[in-house]
Design a protein around this ligand. Structure first.
Ligand code: DX5
Ligand code: ZN
Length: 226
């Protein structure tokens, strides 16, 4: 498994979004994580398809990882696919017909993924794991950046990695929330390899340098992973 850094633009300066995103990718980020919030599923509102489409024009080659924190995601999946995202993840907690929603994502040419909140057990995904490009484990309650990492999510990452091995599947394991220099070693050792980071990359200091240091720490942890 290859470690990848997915800078989350939630903590970027939205007045210079494309420039901040480019800096994070120049620092070693390989996936741009886009947090879409509707003010219903989570208590915050961010961006919609027009902003994503503009960002796509500015960054034609980047992989866009679209994290939908919205109710009724089926109504918006076509528009985000049209805007140019590559991966779409939906919350298990927001989908009544999760299997159908994953099929819908795939039918629009995007890679399907499911996100689980801190209170949602890994095993709620057992019946759809073979359909997934990745599982996103939330290590904070979704809605805001710069929250404290919830350490219990490490056990969920470990469980997922064990289930994947036992079933011979190949979905990737992504983690989102509180990924930073002081948590990344444990996160990588637990088995995550797609690392979303907002505050640690865009919060303060030089974006390129922040991304580079975080990725370096993650790769070092990977080398010593059992
Ligand atoms: C939270 C979002 C995250 C957020 C992570 O609801 O899904 O992607 O940007 O933020 P940090 O890395 O600041 O904890
Ligand atoms: Zn996210």
């Amino acid at each position: 498994m290859t470690i990848e850094l997915a800078p989350s633009i939630l903590s970027a300066n939205f007045a210079r979004l494309a420039d901040d995103a480019k800096a994070a990718l120049e620092g070693g980020g390989t996936v741009l994580h886009l947090d879409i919030m509707d003010g219903h599923f989570v208590p915050n509102i961010t961006i919609g398809p027009p902003v994503v489409a503009s960002l796509r024009r500015a960054l034609p080659d980047a992989t866009f990882d679209c994290h939908l924190m919205i109710e009724n995601p089926d109504n918006y999946i076509p528009a985000f696919a049209e805007a140019g995202v590559n991966w779409i993840s939906v919350h298990q907690e927001a989908c009544v017909h999760l299997h159908r929603t994953l099929q819908l994502i795939e039918s629009h040419g995007c890679k399907p993924a499911v996100v689980i909140n801190p209170a949602t057990p890994v095993h709620t995904l057992d019946e759809v794991l073979d359909m997934l490009h990745h599982v996103l484990v939330m290590s904070v309650n979704p809605g805001f950046g710069a929250q404290q990492f919830i350490r219990e999510s490490l056990n969920k990452i470990k469980t997922l990695a064990e289930v994947r091995d036992s079933l011979g599947l190949s979905f990737r394991i992504e983690v989102d929330g509180g990924v930073a220099l002081d948590t990344v070693e444990d996160i990588v050792r637990a088995g995550a390899e797609l690392l979303v980071a907002g505050n640690a990359v865009f919060g303060r200091g030089d974006i390129r340098e922040n991304a580079k240091r975080l990725l370096g720490a993650a790769r070092a942890a990977m080398l010593t992973r059992a």
